[in-house]
Design a protein around this ligand. Structure first.
Ligand SMILES: Cc1cc2nc3c(=O)[nH]c(=O)nc-3n(C[C@H](O)[C@H](O)[C@H](O)COP(=O)(O)OP(=O)(O)OC[C@H]3O[C@@H](n4cnc5c(N)ncnc54)[C@H](O)[C@@H]3O)c2cc1C
Length: 226
């Protein structure tokens, strides 16, 4: 999303002066490469480019708790990407920026949402004004926020959490995990580059899931280096 747009814009001006074949893996594909194309190690071997930028982003962090793999449990990436459709009473595990966006998205569709957050406040990673707007919206639409709550187990009809040493439950029909993200694996793409001695750069969330600003900065730095 972020980093590749800036690499793309920078490269539009810089590439005409460069000789060679470059591969950009990530959302830059729309302008410089191929849409609907998964860059695989085979793709890199066949193309044998002069340089590769890997910006494949991050995927959801899995929660190592009992019940996280039950069929009524999905993750924020799939819900926001339209691949999963929670229904009924939804419990969202994780009240950071992503959990908040999931709650806004689902309440817009008329679903009843409860957010479980282990820290002492919701949306602590959001800016001040955005946090106030979300809090007002949650109050208006009735999103329930439970803080200091560490999720322990997911059952068919309830989520179990620990709060001040006490085990509690909140009932649910479906559960969405929004407990963070981790870089998607890049080892195979890197190995393919190493085999052919192709220089490569890993940027954005593919290094570590952070903010768009980090991805954009690394996109600009990479565009300048190339
Ligand atoms: C719900 C949510 C809300 C967020 N809100 C904010 C916010 O308000 N502010 C903020 O600063 N940040 C926010 N972020 C974080 C921000 O979205 C990321 O930091 C940023 O998008 C990272 O950019 P990127 O280019 O590294 O990766 P991405 O934007 O994830 O792009 C990676 C792209 O690579 C493609 N891809 C993956 N593998 C391959 C492959 N093998 N071949 C070809 N293509 C591939 C993917 O399909 C994807 O399009 C949010 C994240 C989420 C999930």
């Amino acid at each position: 999303m972020g980093s590749m747009r800036f690499v793309r814009e920078g490269l539009k001006y810089m590439l005409p002066n460069k000789k060679g074949v470059f591969v950009f893996i990530g959302s830059v594909g729309g302008l410089l490469g191929h849409l609907n194309t998964e860059a695989t190690p085979e793709y890199i071997r066949n193309l044998s480019p002069d340089e590769v930028v890997i910006a494949t982003g991050a995927g959801p962090l899995l929660l190592p708790i009992p019940g996280a793999d039950l069929p009524h449990v999905s993750n924020a990436h799939d819900v926001l990407g339209g691949k999963a459709e929670p229904a009924g009473k939804v419990v969202i595990v994780g009240g950071g920026i992503v959990g908040v966006e999931v709650a806004e998205f689902l309440t817009d569709k008329g679903l009843a949402c409860t957010i479980l957050e282990m820290k002492d406040s919701i949306a602590s990673d959001l800016g001040f004004y955005r946090r106030i707007l979300s809090a007002e919206y949650f109050q208006k639409v009735g999103v329930k926020c439970i803080v200091n709550a560490a999720c322990k187990e997911i059952r068919k009809d309830a989520v179990v959490y620990l709060q001040e040493g006490q085990e509690q439950t909140v009932s649910c029909d479906t559960v969405v995990i929004a407990a963070g993200a981790r870089p998607l694996p890049t080892e195979e793409l890197c190995s393919a580059c190493d085999e052919r001695k192709i220089p490569y750069h890993i940027i954005g969330d593919a290094v570590q899931a952070r903010r768009a600003l980090n991805a954009v900065a690394e996109g600009v730095e990479t565009a300048i280096k190339i």
